[in-house]
Design a protein around this ligand. Structure first.
Ligand SMILES: [Zn+2]
Length: 107
């Protein structure tokens, strides 16, 4: 079953809950089968890194993004902020539109 995803890689989204509530960031990756996304600088977790001299990696603690549920993010319209997304057709293409102002949210 194909799930209609409202969020795509590169979208600007706002976080709706959790410790990063209110933060905005770009979507780095979408995991459709899990219904989760990776958002830049959001839901950072500390990760222990082993030193790897061959790859010039120093050991220590690195921070990286962790996956958050799609239901916790909302697409941001440049005009209105976080909005519900509607669908429209432009020629033979399906596009996402802002439900508030009607602006097309796809390039
Ligand atoms: Zn709008």
């Amino acid at each position: 079953m194909a799930v209609k995803l409202k969020i795509k890689k590169g979208d600007l989204v706002e976080i709706l809950s959790g410790k990063d509530k209110g933060k905005q960031g770009r979507v780095l990756r979408v995991f459709p089968s899990e219904g989760k996304v990776l958002v830049e600088h959001v839901s950072m977790v500390k990760k222990h890194v082993r030193p790897n001299p061959q790859r010039n990696v120093k050991g220590g603690i690195a921070e990286q993004e962790s996956r958050i549920s799609l239901s916790n993010v909302m697409l941001v319209c440049g005009e209105c902020g976080p909005v519900r997304v509607g669908h429209d057709t432009k020629g033979d293409r399906k596009v996402r539109v802002c439900r508030k102002c009607g602006t097309t949210l796809d390039k």
